[in-house]
Design a protein around this ligand. Structure first.
Ligand SMILES: [Zn+2]
Length: 455
């Protein structure tokens, strides 16, 4: 620590808080803490008085009524799917398989952008500092992320299935759709490959039952050649397993292995309907699960996460653009382990690690984000500890997981930049984003024969 008589060093930001959860290996909690940030990185962490004496910041944030923690890494989203929020959750397990829903191909670029802005706003406002986002119009997603300032891994939704057939549980190829969606995905890969950018392109084949084996093979080859992170849905429904078995004579995870998609660069959403053999195959490959406990529970499913972890898979958490609240996802992830018979082997600290370091590792950022440490990126959250659900403050991360919510996120810093302050976004007008997305959503639903019941 710096000696008190030294001239204070200039820095960009000093954040103080009643306590900081560093989420390091030791689970360190520092009370009455100060963190100095220079540029995009954490320069020092220590007792508040020492940090305040040692650093002369351009700006100060935080107070004794705040708690500091690392930003959350939310690994599976489709931000334009804000369009279906509150509309389809009681109908089916996923919009892509539900006929008559205004999504995907029904959206123009502008509509996708307006909805993605709302999705990104919610994720950021509730504490996700890094997101994985993939859908049609990936450039609209990239633009929305860039405008909000968060860290985003963005890809196009590549698929060559005829969706109408798929909704009946049948596979029929639509080659022109495959070519169009791959071209759209590659466009964002070429356009967004800028070193140092917070937006990183990824490749997102939609799922084993919505992509032909040839298309999956082509995507795997491109990802290997261009060193891209891969994202997909895997073993999301019994229907997916049945369609792939009928079409290819193997289970989805076997197909993924055969086409070369399994491995450390793959983050796969859901991974629910798997046998012990499927779980072993997936884990052996070093692939990562994007666990979506709230979305899965909403259609009656619970992924076997403890078995995945034991088999060697990386575990990450996601909200899948339902409610974008990672605190809710952490709470449900813990409940999910117990519903699957895991007893009390997992704790709040474990699911906090999945929501931070697990995601960081899956995205190749294990040394950069996911914990508060000197030299790491300044991706941080200040929580409003005057909220009644953050009292009484006595001990440990249990309070964060079992009682907090995205609503207590007061300040969000990404890459050293303050993106949310006092619950309000700093780079855009949140009210305008909501109003624009709502107008788009209402007109889309109208076009699909659903007159709004709320004036
Ligand atoms: Zn999904």
């Amino acid at each position: 620590m710096t000696t008190p008589d030294r001239t204070p060093l200039p820095c960009d930001l000093v954040i103080t808080a009643r306590a900081a959860f560093l989420l390091d290996d030791a689970g360190t909690i520092v009370s009455d803490v100060g963190v100095a940030i220079a540029g995009d990185r954490i320069a020092a962490i220590g007792p508040r008085a020492e940090i305040e004496a040692a650093w002369e910041p351009a700006r100060r944030l935080g107070s004794a009524r705040h708690l500091l923690m690392p930003g959350l890494v939310n690994t599976h989203n489709h931000t334009p799917l804000m369009i279906v929020r509150g509309m389809v959750e009681d109908l089916s397990f996923a919009p892509a398989y539900t006929p008559g829903i205004p999504q995907g191909d029904a959206l123009s670029f502008e509509e996708a952008h307006a909805l993605a802005r709302l999705g990104v706003y919610e994720l950021l406002r509730f504490g996700s500092t890094t997101i994985v986002d993939f859908y049609r119009h990936p450039e609209a997603l990239a633009r929305a992320a860039e405008e909000a300032g968060l860290r985003a891994f963005v890809g196009g939704r590549v698929m060559d299935a005829d969706n109408a057939a798929l909704a009946r549980g049948e596979w029929r190829a639509d080659a022109s759709r495959g070519r169009a969606t791959l071209a759209e995905a590659m466009d964002v890969v070429e356009r967004r490959r800028a070193p140092g950018s917070l937006v990183t392109p990824i490749l997102g084949p939609h799922a084993p039952d919505t992509c032909s084996p040839d298309l999956l093979r082509e995507v795997a080859g491109i990802a290997a050649a261009k060193d891209l992170i891969l994202h997909t849905h895997l073993h999301q429904s019994p229907m997916e397993v049945d369609v792939v078995l009928a079409r290819d004579g193997m289970r989805p995870v076997e197909l993924m292995e055969e086409v070369g998609l399994l491995g450390p660069r793959l983050v796969a959403g859901h991974c629910i309907h798997m046998t012990d053999g499927d779980i072993a195959r997936f884990g052996r490959s070093g692939s990562h699960v994007a666990h979506v406990p709230v979305g899965n529970a909403a259609h009656g499913s619970v992924a076997p996460i403890l078995a995945h972890e034991a088999a060697g898979a990386g575990i990450t958490l996601a909200t899948d653009t339902k409610s974008g609240d990672m605190f809710e996802a952490m709470r449900m992830a813990l409940a999910a382990t117990r519903i699957r018979g895991g007893g009390f082997v997992k704790s709040a600290a474990d699911v906090l690690a999945w929501a931070t370091r697990g995601g960081a590792a899956a995205l190749g950022l294990a040394e950069e984000i996911g914990q508060i440490a000197v030299g790491r990126k300044a991706d941080l959250l200040l929580l409003d500890a005057s909220a009644p659900n953050l009292a009484p403050l006595v001990d440990g991360p249990g309070l964060l997981v079992h009682s907090a919510s995205g609503a207590v996120v007061d300040t969000v810093v990404v890459d050293g930049r303050v993106l949310v302050e006092g619950g309000r976004p700093t780079l855009f007008d949140g009210d305008e984003v909501i109003a624009t997305a709502e107008a788009v959503a209402r007109s889309l639903w109208r076009r699909h024969g659903h007159a709004p019941r709320i004036a």
